[in-house]
Design a protein around this ligand. Structure first.
Ligand SMILES: [Zn+2]
Length: 340
C-alpha cells in the first residue's frame, strides 16, 4: 500500500471534536490585534515568543502567559465573532466537515468587564453561523467548566449552557485534575445530560499516578460520553476494558500530548495501540493557534511516525462523525459517508 501524500491527506474529509476556540486564533489575526493590547510584534521571532508553544513545556509559568496573552486579544464582541468565523473557515480549508469548538466562558471573560457570558456566546454563535452559511460544514459549540474555579462558578456555567442549549451541543470539564476530583461536579453534568447535551471531560491527560483512575471517575460521576485526551489509560488494561465496555470515545491530540509532557514523544504516542485494542479513538488538535499546527499536521505526523493508512483515517473519522454531539440530521448533510 502506498503512503498517503500531503495532498491526499488534505483532501480527506475530516471531523474534529476537540478544538479550543479561544486558542484557535489565526496567526495573522493575532499579529493584527496584538498592538491594540500593547504587544508589538516586529518580527516572526517575537510573535513566536509571545504566542506560540512549539517546544516541550517545562515551566508552566511561561506557558500560562502565552494563553493569557491570546485571551487578552478577545476584547470585543466584534473580535469574538471574527475569531469564531475564522476558526471555522480555517478548519474548512483543512478538510474538516464536522467541527466542534469549545470554550470556557469563565476564561474568555477575564479582564473584559464590558462583556458577559451571553454577549460572548452570541458573538461566537454569530461568527459560527455566518461560516456555516459560507462553507458546507456543520459546527457545534461545547461549553467548558473550569475545575479549578469555585463550585459556584461551575454551577453558573452549567445553567448558562443549559439555558442556551439550542446553540450548545455539549458540556466539558477542563483544567488540572490533580486535587480537583470529578465528584463535586456530578449534579451539574447530570442536569446537562438530562437536558440533552453531550458530555465530554478532559481527563487522563497529564502523566499523573492516578490518571487512568480519573478517566473512570469521569465516566462514573460525570457520565462522560467522550474523554478529552484519556491518553494515560494505556498504562492500565483494566481501565482500557472499562472504557471499551462503556463505549466511551477518546479525543486524542498527539502534538498537544507531546508538548504538555503527557507522552515522551509523538512517536511513542499510544494511539495505534489503543486503536488495535478496540478503543474508539479520534484525532484532534486541541489548541491549533497556540501550537502553530492544524489537523493536517497531525495526520501527516501519524502517517510519518505511525504509518497510518487511509483506512485508519476513515475509521477514526467515522467514529468521530458518529460520536459528534451535533444532531444527526445536521452532520449527515455535510458528511460524505452514511453516519451510523
Ligand atoms: Zn483540550
Amino acid at each position: 500500500m502506498s503512503t498517503l501524500t500531503e495532498k491526499q491527506i488534505k483532501e480527506l474529509p475530516k471531523v474534529e471534536l476537540h478544538r479550543h476556540l479561544e486558542l484557535s486564533v489565526r496567526a495573522a489575526t493575532i499579529k493584527e490585534l496584538a498592538p491594540q493590547i500593547g504587544i508589538e510584534l516586529p518580527d516572526e521571532e517575537t510573535f513566536k515568543n509571545h504566542f506560540l508553544i512549539t517546544e516541550k513545556m517545562n515551566d508552566l509559568g511561561s506557558v500560562l502567559n502565552k494563553f493569557l496573552d491570546t485571551q487578552k486579544l478577545l476584547f470585543s464582541e466584534e473580535v469574538l465573532e471574527r475569531v469564531a468565523y475564522e476558526a471555522c473557515e480555517d478548519a474548512f480549508h483543512e478538510g474538516i466537515k464536522i467541527l466542534e469548538l469549545r470554550y470556557a466562558p469563565t476564561f474568555v471573560i477575564q479582564g473584559h468587564d464590558h462583556l458577559n457570558f451571553q454577549s460572548i456566546h452570541n458573538s461566537f454563535v454569530k461568527g459560527m453561523q455566518r461560516a456555516e452559511k459560507d462553507f458546507p460544514m456543520a459546527v457545534g459549540l461545547v461549553g467548558i467548566i473550569q475545575r479549578i474555579l469555585p463550585v459556584e462558578e461551575a454551577e453558573r456555567v452549567t445553567h448558562f449552557v443549559i439555558e442556551n442549549k439550542d446553540t450548545f451541543v455539549g458540556l466539558d470539564l477542563a483544567d488540572n485534575e490533580e486535587g480537583f476530583d470529578s465528584k463535586p461536579f456530578s449534579s451539574f453534568f447530570d442536569q446537562a445530560k438530562k437536558s440533552g447535551l453531550g458530555i465530554t471531560v478532559h481527563s487522563g491527560e497529564a502523566n499523573l499516578p492516578k490518571a487512568p483512575r480519573y478517566v473512570k471517575d469521569a465516566i462514573d460521576y460525570l457520565g462522560a460520553d467522550r474523554i478529552g485526551h484519556g491518553v494515560q489509560i494505556y498504562r492500565d488494561p483494566e481501565i482500557i476494558e472499562y472504557v471499551k465496555q462503556k463505549q466511551v470515545t477518546l479525543e486524542l491530540c498527539p502534538t498537544s500530548n507531546y508538548l504538555t509532557n503527557a507522552v515522551p514523544s509523538t512517536k511513542e504516542h499510544p494511539i495505534v495501540d489503543l486503536m488495535n485494542q478496540g478503543v474508539k479513538v479520534t484525532i484532534n488538535t486541541d489548541d491549533p493557534g497556540i501550537f502553530g499546527i492544524d489537523l493536517n499536521h497531525e495526520y501527516n505526523l501519524l502517517v510519518r511516525e505511525h504509518l497510518f493508512t487511509q483506512e485508519q483515517f476513515e475509521l477514526t473519522n467515522n467514529i468521530a462523525a458518529k460520536e459528534s454531539f451535533i444532531s444527526l440530521e445536521k452532520k449527515q448533510k455535510v458528511w460524505p459517508r452514511k453516519i451510523n
